[in-house]
Write a protein that binds this ligand. Structure first.
Ligand code: SF4
Length: 419
């Protein structure tokens, strides 16, 4: 099952590997290379590898639509004038990687301009020469791309590429979302190989109850009271043990206190460092722990439930101990339930092999966050219409982390903008 997810995520992972390769000092990015080709800072006294001088009489019209990067350039090759298209890449082999040889739109290319001189392209037509700019630009030292005029303000380069191909934006977001969920599933896959996957799920579940600031004490609790020692206990006693060991029982909870002591789980040597500052009563670890124990009680059914109804089922299951503990309202509300589905149930089910790519399309969305909004606006130019499904929302978050908020990359150097 993870194989079909890996297939879905594959195109994104390929561009991410490219981002890793580009995140190096002096990376020009294709957009900057195109800006250089068009500008008067283009190196002079150019020549092909066989020594034929190349003179750029007209670099051509910069093409922001699909097809070669510059149209109708006028070039002189050793005095012989030719008019035609110019395609630019960082490396010669990008011609092969982009599949231009099979695309008739590139039949009019008369020059392949690259930054690096190698590795060689294998599918470039023999009549089209390659001109590498780097050796000429760096004749007198490293070339400073940052000194070039900044690209015109306007739509981000990824947007133009994605709008040129029907469905490309949705495919990218789904691939990025699948990549993110697969990455989250890896810790569970390792636990699966180590032979104790449910303990990893249980730790993840308690950690998810901590809302960040109490995640560490919740995870510590899951490690100090492993699920294997809780498994045979009735649900209320499970809760009493966890609350007792975690230091969450007060004098007025005498019955729970007794259940804990009878179970023989000692108090910890070191107290738990719960953070109760400015905490709303509904977020108190006592309530969250009750919710988690409810989910553990129903875990079997929840791990089989359809994704579109799972958040609601989670919220209901979290109430399992509400009556016994006199708790009002579900300990896990709708927003938290969505996050738990995406960050825990889905990755765990992917690792188990019980959730394939097709079913991920029914993943419910979460509350829209600022990074989601920002990336959506960059990719689409729109403020509305943000995807409502969880898979594409995860894709927005992944693109934000890997590309838009990556300090080692810029739009001018972004593989998501390359054709
Ligand atoms: S960094 Fe972000 S906004 Fe810029 S081109 Fe890449 S994906 Fe688009």
């Amino acid at each position: 099952m993870a194989a079909d997810l890996a297939t879905l995520a594959g195109p994104y992972a390929a561009r991410l590997r490219r981002a890793d390769a580009l995140a190096e000092p002096g990376c020009p990015g294709e957009a900057r290379l195109q800006a250089l080709w068009q500008s008067d800072r283009r190196p002079k006294d150019l020549a092909l590898p066989d020594g034929t001088p190349v003179e750029v009489l007209d670099p051509g019209r910069w093409n922001h639509a699909p097809g070669p990067d510059f149209r109708d350039a006028l070039l002189s090759f050793g005095g012989a004038l030719r008019r035609g298209d110019v395609e630019l890449h960082l490396r010669p082999a990008d011609w092969d990687a982009h599949g231009h040889a099979a695309d008739p739109a590139y039949a009019g290319v008369i020059l392949h301009v690259t930054w690096a001189p190698d590795p060689a392209a294998k599918t470039l037509p023999p009549a089209v020469p390659t001109l590498a700019l780097r050796p000429f630009a760096e004749r007198e030292g490293p070339f400073d791309f940052a000194a070039l005029p900044q690209p015109e303000p306007g739509p981000r380069p990824c947007r133009a590429r994605l709008e040129a191909e029907p469905g490309a934006r949705d495919r990218l977001l789904s691939a990025a979302g699948a990549h993110r969920l697969l990455a989250k599933s890896r810790a569970f896959a390792q636990a699966l190989q180590a032979g104790d996957p449910f303990q990893a799920f249980y730790e993840g579940l308690l950690g998810a109850m901590g809302y960040g600031r109490n995640a560490a004490p919740f995870r510590r609790l899951a490690r100090e009271v492993p699920f294997a020692r809780l498994e045979s206990l009735p649900t209320l006693r499970r809760f009493a043990v966890l609350a007792g060991v975690g230091g969450l029982l007060k004098e007025d909870r005498r019955a729970l206190w007794d259940l804990w002591w009878e179970s023989g789980f000692p108090p910890p040597l070191r107290p738990y460092e719960w953070d109760f500052r400015a905490m709303r009563p509904q977020n108190h670890p006592f309530r969250r722990l009750a919710g988690a124990v409810g989910l553990l009680h129903h875990a079997g059914a929840l791990l089989e439930a359809p994704l579109d109804t799972l958040p609601r089922a989670l919220s209901e299951a979290s109430c399992h101990l509400c009556e016994a503990l006199s708790l009002k309202g579900a300990p896990i509300g709708a927003a938290r339930a969505n996050a738990i589905v995406t960050n825990l149930f889905v990755p765990y089910r992917i690792a188990l092999g019980t959730l394939g790519a097709e079913r991920l399309r029914a993943l419910p969305g979460e509350d829209v966050s600022q990074p989601m909004r920002e990336v959506w606006h960059r990719l689409s130019g729109a403020l509305d219409g943000l995807p409502k499904d969880g898979l594409r929302q995860q894709g927005l978050l992944q693109i934000y982390a890997d590309f838009c908020a990556n300090p080692a990359l810029s739009c001018a150097c972004c593989p998501l903008a390359e054709g």
